[in-house]
Design a protein around this ligand. Structure first.
Ligand SMILES: [Zn+2]
Length: 302
């Protein structure tokens, strides 16, 4: 809100940077306690704060790593928001978080790292080579590296070379390769197939022959198909698009609660042209009718 005084001087009620940092920090603070559905306005405010929100988001993640208990959903939102804000300085904290968890938040970490290009490529590749990590963590690192390199010929080549070296190392140690490492082998094969350079096919075949690729993840036939047909890999929704869609998903979620509340209170459904039960004054068919159609199904069919 700009308030311009006589003579063109800017008035005192314009928020200064300190106010904005404070606001960003308090918006991020709500992520400590939120459930799965963060208020869209909070998301909007954090995105509008831009760079000013980054420190608070990183702090939230650090405090979780130190065991200070952030809700898991809040943590996932913090990770996605860091990816959305796209500051390359956030790579180290996301890498630390990737080392810290061995569960599904890894998919979100990979997605966020993937947007922090190109600086996420090398740290992600270092994790791919780290045998202390689980297959899930190393797989997330592969995804992050692939996404962070996407569209840059030299970086894609760098990722491809690193993945091939990793697969060669697995083949050379095939006698001692664990099941966990076979899953890593499968993820490398899958990534190489997505890159679709047919020169890599003999190496992939050698990996199958050596038994270092988990078949159930991707079998030889599927790999060959992806290599030769150049199928587009399935990629998660870009974070910009995700945060554009979120308010609509939130509205649908709220509408469902309204409807469930109506059922719980035993409020009868009105006629299509009668006023809606919610008190909006609109006709039922123009208000909660569509939401009721979805939410009135038995919960186990939702
Ligand atoms: Zn209504």
């Amino acid at each position: 809100m700009l308030c311009v005084e006589e003579g063109g001087a800017v008035g005192r009620d314009v928020p200064d940077e300190r106010d904005r940092i404070e606001a960003a920090s308090r918006l991020v603070g709500t992520l400590y306690t939120c459930g799965e559905w963060v208020l869209p306005a909070v998301i909007e405010g954090i995105i509008a704060s831009g760079e000013l929100a980054i420190e608070s988001l990183e702090e939230l993640i650090r405090s979780d790593i130190e065991g200070k208990g952030v809700t898991y959903s809040g943590l996932i939102f913090a990770v996605r928001l860091l990816g959305r804000l796209g500051s390359e300085g956030s790579v180290p904290v996301l890498i630390d978080l990737l080392r810290h968890y061995d569960e599904y938040i890894l998919d979100d970490i990979a997605r966020a790292l993937g947007t922090l290009r190109p600086s996420a490529v090398e740290p992600s590749l270092a994790l791919v080579a780290d045998r202390e990590l689980s297959w899930y963590q190393r797989g997330a690192a592969i995804e992050a590296a692939m996404e962070a390199a996407r569209g840059d010929v030299a970086l894609v080549e760098r990722v491809r070379t690193a993945l091939k070296a990793e697969l060669e190392a697995l083949i050379s140690r095939s006698a001692e390769v664990t099941e966990d490492e076979e899953a890593v082998g499968a993820q490398i094969v899958s990534a190489l197939a997505d890159l679709g350079n047919l020169e890599d096919w003999p190496l992939v075949e050698a990996a199958y022959d050596a038994g270092v690729v988990e078949d159930e993840y991707i079998d030889r036939e599927t790999s060959e198909g992806v290599f030769s047909n150049g199928l587009e890999p399935i990629r998660p929704m870009p974070l910009v698009e995700y945060f554009d869609t979120y308010p609509k998903q939130y509205a649908a979620y709220v509408a469902q609660i309204d409807t469930l509340l109506r059922i719980a209170k035993n409020i009868p459904i009105p006629g299509r042209n009668d006023p809606c039960w919610c008190g909006s004054g609109k006709k039922y068919k123009q208000c909660h009718w569509a939401d009721d159609q979805v939410a009135s199904r038995p919960l186990w069919q939702a």
